[in-house]
Design a protein around this ligand. Structure first.
Ligand code: FEO
Ligand code: CA
Ligand code: CA
Length: 673
């Protein structure tokens, strides 16, 4: 299908859904490298049959009695480590939290976050106002505590949905962006990036924004930032507005992220390709980069996506005019939340891909380790290991721990072991003969380098979360493109709509190890439908199972929490996206319980535990947009004037607003104990 076919397909109710479907077309040309094609299956032929014939994994593992899950999670054989009464599944216009908890709105799109910011006026938006107000589509949430009950909240703003953001505009991709103006584009650019602002916990236990802290700031698609690491200053990083290759304006599509152990904020640049434009198209109207000097790189990264009209007004987003600008996006950006004058830094040592997140840990040998997935069908899981150990001296913003070290990509072997393959220039195939002149090339073209190393193409690696004991959890969200002959041990289902979660145990419990073992924790989806092939602990209730894991967090007790992003697929489960408590240990391993659910059409981001796990931050992204044709009683696509929900204000003059929710126990105390 061409890009235009997908844009005009009525199945896709908004631009984000259409472009996710377009990105369904993998750019990885090395799919014959799937380990399933060359080695036997870890779980044997039985799993292959499941993939091909839809034989239920639940039946195979637990017998048919497990397939009709109990309606209540009561009377379980072992005691859940998560002490709360499970929320009932469903979907409606509001958010819901388990009994005994508060889920309060902390900050909404448009709320002023600096002392000088104007109040939000949705009918008279300006870029100048937006650049001082909370941005759109909150994804990652992190917190840099200054003292108990006070600190800097750090929130990514991933993308914008013009059809519910601006009055009278409607969906723009179908019209070639004819309603977009430079003014609207500039508002979009100001609504991207991140927000950093102080929040304070009051005597009543409620958190609120302190907009008067002079360190509060917005980071946007125009914020000046520096570039460090192996690609800094390279010719491929130079543009007409920066002939040094060391300064870039802005960050875009900041999805998940991370906080360093010393409290700086990492923003992951995910779908950067979508912001670049070309006027050069083929007969189907698809972007044609064949005449570009870096055509192979652009094709592997899906550049340019033409999801936004920015390139019509800003030459740097038009590859016909500024072909190198695209090499300056797709990185991990570090921000100092305490110093608003410190320019953010793009760390090129951590590689260039569609970074989903950047979750950090200190390994048992003292090194800094960061896990980051490349969220595309058939792309890879990566991790960074610093050269030096973490010390007081190097625990600073702009640390060499983020520029000197090794980036690895994962190969998941069929015998349950994992090898982390180093992306180091001069080693193995990463040589000039193969097009890599230096480490700068290896980092700018991380995907091409990882292809040559034989990394395992995965089912869309979303967030990855390390735990201090050498364990890491990898969210594989879905991959409906995987064919039966591409099934492998680590990606065990063809046409996977609901994804799975992999648990990695690094060798010796040391996150910097280059080997370890892996296992599948759960295969997601409805366990009562044999064709889905889901695998859960059989005591999981009808409310507890989920589809499409996306973000995750570990609480102060080392327990795992998962948030979901089903996109328009939620109609296949009937469940709004939500937050689930997923057991990783003991008899209940693989047991999941629903704790929070979103208003219709929203995905759940965050989650982030702070305040010794007495506070949980959740981010409800794009409420009221995804799959609203499946919302019974509404059954149409949302617009600004006619949205499926007006969460969280429910004001007839206000569209739905992406917002951060803060969860606390009604009587105080640690969550879920
Ligand atoms: Fe922005 Fe991969 O989710
Ligand atoms: Ca995500
Ligand atoms: Ca997602």
């Amino acid at each position: 299908m061409s890009r235009d076919d997908i844009i005009n397909d009525p199945e896709y109710g908004n631009k984000a859904e259409a472009f996710e479907a377009f990105d369904d077309i993998p750019t990885n040309p090395h799919l014959d490298n799937t380990i399933g094609a060359v080695i036997s299956r870890r779980y044997g032929r039985r799993d292959m049959l499941r993939g091909m014939l839809g034989v239920s994994a639940a039946t195979a593992l637990f017998g048919t009695s497990a397939m009709i899950a109990p309606k209540q999670a009561a009377a379980m054989s072992a005691e859940s480590r998560y002490k709360f009464d499970e929320l009932a599944w469903g979907n409606d216009t509001e958010h819901h939290i388990a009994e005994g908890y508060n889920a309060d709105i902390l900050v909404r799109w448009g709320d002023p976050i600096t002392a000088d910011a104007p109040e939000f006026d949705v009918m008279n938006q300006t870029a100048e106002a937006q650049a001082q107000q909370f941005g759109y589509n909150n994804d990652y949430v992190g917190f840099a505590e200054v003292e108990p009950g006070r600190g800097m909240l750090c929130v990514n703003h991933e993308y914008t949905n013009e059809e519910v953001m601006f009055p009278g505009l409607g969906r723009q991709d179908r019209s070639g962006f004819e309603g977009m103006t430079k003014e609207l584009v500039d508002i979009e650019m100001a609504a991207h990036g991140g927000s950093v602002f102080e929040i304070v916990k009051g005597d009543d236990g409620k958190w609120s924004v302190n907009r008067d802290n002079p360190a509060n700031r917005r980071i946007t698609a125009n914020t000046e930032m520096t570039i460090d690491g192996p690609a800094a200053g390279h010719d491929r990083m130079k543009t007409s507005y920066d002939d040094t290759g060391t300064m870039v304006l802005g960050t875009i599509n900041n999805c998940a992220g991370g906080m360093t152990p010393w409290g700086t904020y990492l923003m992951a640049e995910e779908n950067f390709h979508g912001y670049f434009w070309t006027d050069t198209v083929d007969a189907d109207g698809d972007p044609d980069v064949s005449a570009q000097p870096e055509a192979a790189s652009m094709e592997r990264y899906g550049v340019p996506g033409r999801w936004y009209a920015w390139g019509q007004y800003h030459d740097r987003f038009n590859i016909d005019k500024e072909p190198n600008e695209v090499n300056r996006f797709g990185w991990i950006v570090e921000v100092d939340p305490m110093n608003p004058d410190a320019a953010p830094i793009k760390h090129t040592a951590l590689g260039r891909f569609r970074h989903e997140g950047a979750e950090t840990t200190v390994a048992s040998d003292g090194k800094l380790v960061i896990y980051s997935g490349d969220d595309n069908r058939f792309d890879y899981q990566y991790k960074w290991v610093s050269a030096e150990v973490v010390t007081d001296e190097n625990s600073v913003f702009g640390s060499s721990l983020l520029s000197e070290g090794t980036l690895y990509v994962a190969r998941f072997n069929e015998d349950g072991t994992i090898d982390w393959l180093a992306l180091t220039h001069g080693e193995g195939p990463l040589t000039a003969e193969n097009g890599f002149e230096s480490q700068a090339d290896v980092m700018i073209d991380t995907r091409l380098a990882a292809d040559l190393l034989g990394a395992t193409p995965m089912d869309r690696p979303e967030d990855a979360q390390p735990r201090g004991d050498g364990t890491a959890y990898i969210m594989l969200t879905n991959n409906t493109r995987r064919q039966t002959d591409q099934v492998d041990a680590a990606n065990p289902r063809a046409e996977s709509s609901f994804g799975h979660i992999i648990e990695i145990k690094e060798e010796g419990g040391n996150h910097s190890a280059t080997t370890g073992t892996w296992d599948i924790l759960v295969k997601c989806g409805d366990p009562t439908i044999a064709e889905v092939g889901a695998e859960w602990n059989p005591e999981t209730s009808e409310s507890g199972w989920f589809g499409s894991p996306d973000n995750c967090a570990i609480d102060a007790d080392g327990r795992l929490w998962i948030s979901t992003d089903q996109g328009s697929n939620w109609g296949k489960t009937g469940k709004s996206d939500g937050l689930y408590a997923l057991e990783t240990e003991g008899e209940l391993r693989g047991h999941s319980k629903l704790f929070f659910r979103c208003p219709v059409g929203g995905e759940l981001c965050g989650p982030y535990f702070a305040d010794n796990s007495q506070t949980l931050f959740l981010a409800v992204q794009h409420p009221g947009t995804d799959g609203t044709k499946d919302f019974v009683g509404f059954e149409r696509d949302s617009t600004f004037e006619d949205p499926a929900t007006r969460w969280p204000d429910f004001d007839p003059a206000m569209p739905p607003r992406p917002s951060v929710v803060v969860v606390t126990k009604e009587d105080g105390g640690v969550i879920a104990v």
